[in-house]
Design a protein around this ligand. Sequence first.
Ligand SMILES: Nc1ncnc2c1ncn2[C@@H]1O[C@H](COP(=O)(O)OP(=O)(O)O)[C@@H](O)[C@H]1O
Ligand SMILES: [Mg+2]
Length: 296
Amino acid sequence: MSEPTVAVLTEDRVSYSRTRFEEEAPAIGLRTRFLHPQHFDLLVDPRLPKAYYRSRLLGPPAVFMARTGSETTAFAGAIIKQMEAAPGVEVINTRDAIMRSRDKLLAHQTLAQAGVPFPRTVLARQPADLAKMVRMVGGPPVILKLISGTHGRGVMLGRDLESIEATLETIWALNETLLIQEYMSAHAGSDIRVIVVGGRALAAMRRTAKLGRFRANVHQGADVEKLQMDERMEWLALRATEAMGLDVAGVDLVEGADGYSVIEVNSAPGFEGFEHATGVNVAREMLRYAAFRIGL
Ligand SMILES: Nc1ncnc2c1ncn2[C@@H]1O[C@H](COP(=O)(O)OP(=O)(O)O)[C@@H](O)[C@H]1O
Ligand SMILES: [Mg+2]
């Protein structure tokens, strides 16, 4: 009998995580297959929903792992939804959970409803009284964020009212929506990443931005190091992940005067830096969780 298949939906044709999944799968008794959203066709039918991949009927995988993350398009979302409806397929990170975490407006509202602390945030379309909004979040300075940004792109530091105003006017001219957020400066230029898999926080790492920068994304050249995970970090990461409805997540925390707050919950965390910094075998943990979901 052949091993159960974990189908990974991803836009990456080569990536560290792909290689790592391929390395770890055999020892767990799983097979991996990598699928790109662009090669799918979906037959939407109440009795016989079908998915075609490269024009051939896709046999239902045991596990469908959606790793499109913040790049999840409406179509990729539809693929995931279709898999949720397929009998016998375990979907890791549902379409709704991914979409919730991907949209920074919805994500913040979800955290608020779940009582998870996050920096004071104004969802701004075109506030009449900008100075007041900026003061409401304790600035200037403030953080300005595009709702759909990722990898640190679309996150800006507004140092004074005049530059904040100029930035906002530019963004609004492009018809974009922006968050105005409290700048958490207790540990400026660094943040904390916790990876959660199946209700367990694996470890924590600190990411430190390049000198003089404030965005601690690995894509922005941040350095990573292992951090002792304390109870508060763990609780926040688990709570935020649960609020989003995610099975697997990378939760980002920043520190303010009153402690940690959650700034982002990523549905498809990369783990190259995390594995190197913490020594945790993230690929194996994710696949073991996939195996657990199918009772292996
Ligand atoms: N409110 C904040 N206070 C301080 N730094 C922040 C804040 N929000 C974001 N940052 C910094 O900017 C980086 C990117 O922000 P994030 O919200 O995670 O967006 P992205 O989706 O682009 O990763 C964070 O990793 C953090 O270093
Ligand atoms: Mg982030």
